[in-house]
Design a protein around this ligand. Sequence first.
Ligand code: M6R
Length: 605
Amino acid sequence: MCGIVGYIGKRDNPQIGLSALKRLEYRGYDSAGMAVYNPEKQEIFCLKAKGKISELEAKFSDAPLHGSPFILHTRWATHGEPSEANAHPHWDCEKNIYLVHNGIIENYKELKELLIAEGHKFASETDTEVIAHLIEHYFKNNLEEAMRQALKKVKGAYALAVIARKDPGKIVVAKFGSPLILGINDNEFLVASDASAIVSHTNQVITLDDNEMAVLSPNDFFILKEKPIEKIEYDAEETQKQGFSHFILKEIFEEPDAIEKSIAGRMILDQGLAKLGGLEQVLEQLKKVDKIIITACGTASYAAKVGEYMFEEYAKLRAKTEVASEFRYKNSILDDKTAVLAISQSGETADTLEAIKEAKRKGCLTLGIVNTVGSSIAKETDAGVYCRVGPEISVASSKAFISQLSILALITVGLGRQREMSLVTGKNILEELQKLPELSKKIFNQADYIKGLAEKYSIYRNFYFLGRKYNSSIASEGALKLKEIAWKIHAEGMPAGELKHGQIALTDENFPAVVICPSDSVYSKMKNAMEEIKARKGKILAIATEGQEDIKNLADDVIYIPKTLEMLTPILSTIPLHLFAAYLGLELGLDIDKPRNLAKSVTVE
Ligand code: M6R
């Protein structure tokens, strides 16, 4: 989703901004732009391009701009098609105010009508442009004052970076509902949508909170309230591909490490206890909880579903997954004995954030499993557990999902041991969990084989993904990942038992099924589904447990995963599905890091 970069300081080459902007490419975008204040000419100059940042860079090489401050933006179209006119920065009638924006202005139509009636002329179809004209309306040579007035009229979400020709020497930034951080360096300040854009310049950052505004000048910055400077906990190297051709491959290959990092130091093995520091302050409240709702979007919602099964079976706690975009509207029955657990890689997903706010309004205890430290969801929830897997750059989520599953297993032990779970069961789950980093590494010995399968299956345009019980939502994750990364293919994931209730009508020799069938309590039922597919000449690619030789009688191809506890099988069965999707996307010649139409961090509802 939209990315913002801004700079003010001693350097006057906006190439720094372009390099930072490229680090936000992963968020997804379809046009880019920049505005630079030239102090000699006392003018703001602007460049925009539809498509990739490289298009903008080419324009910049042809006609370089110099000066400071400068603001840059990648736009992911919401209001108005991807075009140069709709790309940010946007400006006012006088070409005084230039701004970049991430978020959605919900009352932009009303504001636009009022501004047009006043004589303002609009140049784009965007919601963003109204903010430039609204600031113009209030501007009396002090940018922050005009912004303060203007933002009182705005409804919706925004992260804004604004410069003004008639009030030069400053960038004014403001945040409500969309992320924005400040980077602090010697005599220079940066602004960005997230830390990965600026970590090569500084690791000293301030995360703005909602309703905050900051004024950055070359030698100083001013926020409306005192805030601590935080340190970014990863370095620039972690945001590089480190020898892999694509981030998604690097991140899938990091999945064993993701399990390790998610569980490290979080177990007291001999007591069969989970040691989750982030939940300690709410342990007493958690004992009283009689229902947990897990809310999330996309891939994270599939992790939630696995968590639901774990919590009910092992923690003996009523659990339910609610897709976050529905949560607010469904009006679930909630009370102070309900905990609402949000799962989010970015910690900025607007739907999930709103679900948490709604849960808080209704008096629930709110918890988070979040990867991005200091993100909005991490701050909004009462307590939570960080994934600690470092930045996930590829648009499609991979290692974060594996981490979410690992943490859900830990929370299951935590909740379970507060209830009926025995020491023996708690110990057993933790011991098996501890083996997973090593066991999961073994799956990568089949990487070339999986690549070969991706080539073999690349002739098909439709796939089913089937699983049961713990792996029913892994089927959905496998299908989503294939649709995202290899977007020329349609895939549907479902609980295997559903196949015979309708979907099987489509099965024939051109419609293969990926069947997740480890040796678990539902294996025999999975075999029934496979028989049904075989009887209709459907090809089967099975994910089975090492030693399950009989599967070869039913499946055309088999990828084996190591044996583990049934509730932990999703952590292993997901890995080959992620690899299969990535290799299939490559096979189809697609940009597997940036699937078309998608944004990494979905900060609009
Ligand atoms: O950052 P979040 O985990 O909250 O994101 C949720 C979904 O938007 C995300 O998982 C999405 O489905 C990905 N494209 C999946 O690969």
